[in-house]
Write a protein that binds this ligand. Structure first.
Ligand code: SAM
Length: 295
């Protein structure tokens, strides 16, 4: 597939993509009912797992042989119960025929703690059984679609896509713990209410697991971070997003309709399917209600 493409529609259906046409997947699925991002988006945890399962089946079909799907996920605590998202997503991908390759832990800076500081409970009640920690990590799960044939890639393309070893060493990409600053929750930021990941995550994954001119897919594209970085790194970007209310945010991030950011020959096709929904306004109203309740 040699085209930048954005589809507003449900990622459970990837009919626009041919078998084996994608070289890398970089994504972060919606957090299962995260109280301050996706309150009550799913009716149950099983519904969330079923979404991951259906999308995993699609990814198995569209990913080329030997290629990587990288998912940013983590376990989530809702009303005192922790949901084992990392274990369940891993099991689903293995059951769908992927090889589980790696788990990288993304650690955010300590200053980053969202609306509720759960560790504060123990400060108020300094006794046993009041321990709750604040969460600073997410997991980057790496799955592989079978065996990769290194000989299939021409030497010239390998050289063009070479990894900068100085950057690799200096930023410690070789460790299974990546210290990366998250998207800061500043007022009026473009990604408000989207739970976007920082550009550094797709930047490293795209450089490490794809060659120039290849196609990178994000089935849950949100604000379009993966596509932006893919295009900057001279890959093609393809994304699915169910929420058509995000169209302006995505256009702004990818500077669609403006000239400056990318080479002018890069066009981005946008399709809005019948199954796209309007989600953000409703979710934001719910989040605001909850923020008021904890203040
Ligand atoms: C965690 S966000 C992704 C954020 C993205 N990585 C970024 O940097 O902006 C997950 C996105 O998946 C979208 N989504 C939820 N269910 C979906 C579905 N069935 N198909 C496609 N997109 C979906 C949500 O609307 C949300 O924008």
């Amino acid at each position: 597939m040699s085209q930048n493409l954005i589809i507003f529609g449900d990622a459970r259906n990837m009919e626009e993509l041919e078998d084996g046409s994608v070289h890398l997947v970089v994504t972060s699925p919606p957090y299962f009912n995260a109280p301050f991002d996706y309150p009550d988006l799913f009716e149950s945890y099983d519904e969330f797992l079923s979404l991951i399962d259906t999308v995993a089946k699609q990814l198995k079909r569209v990913l080329a042989k030997g290629r990587i799907a990288a998912l940013v996920v983590d376990d989530i605590l809702i009303n005192g119960r922790k949901y084992p998202v990392v274990a369940d997503v891993t099991k689903i991908f293995i059951d769908n025929g992927f090889r589980y390759r790696e788990r990288i832990v993304w650690v955010k800076p300590e200053g980053y703690i969202r609306i509720s500081r759960r560790s504060g409970v123990l400060l108020q009640h300094p006794y046993p059984m009041y321990y709750y920690h604040d969460n600073l990590q997410e997991s980057i799960l790496i799955f592989q679609n079978g065996e990769f044939n290194y000989k299939d890639i021409p030497q010239e393309l390998k050289e063009e896509s070479k990894i900068d070893l100085e950057e690799y060493q200096k930023e410690k990409w070789y460790l299974n713990v990546w210290q990366i600053t998250n998207v800061l929750p500043t007022h009026n930021r473009l990604e408000k209410g989207i739970a976007a990941f920082p550009e550094e995550i797709p930047y490293r994954l795209i450089k490490l697991f794809s060659y120039k001119g290849e196609t990178v897919l994000d089935p849950f594209m949100g604000s379009g971070t993966t596509l932006k970085v893919a295009m900057e790194l001279e890959r093609f970007g393809v994304g699915y997003e169910i929420d058509k209310e995000l169209i302006d945010v995505i256009k702004e991030k990818l500077q669609i309709g403006r000239k400056s950011l990318f080479n002018d020959s890069r066009e981005i096709k946008i399709i809005v399917r019948e199954d796209a929904k309007c989600l953000r306004s409703r979710l934001q109203q719910e989040v605001e209600k909850r923020v008021k309740n904890v203040q």
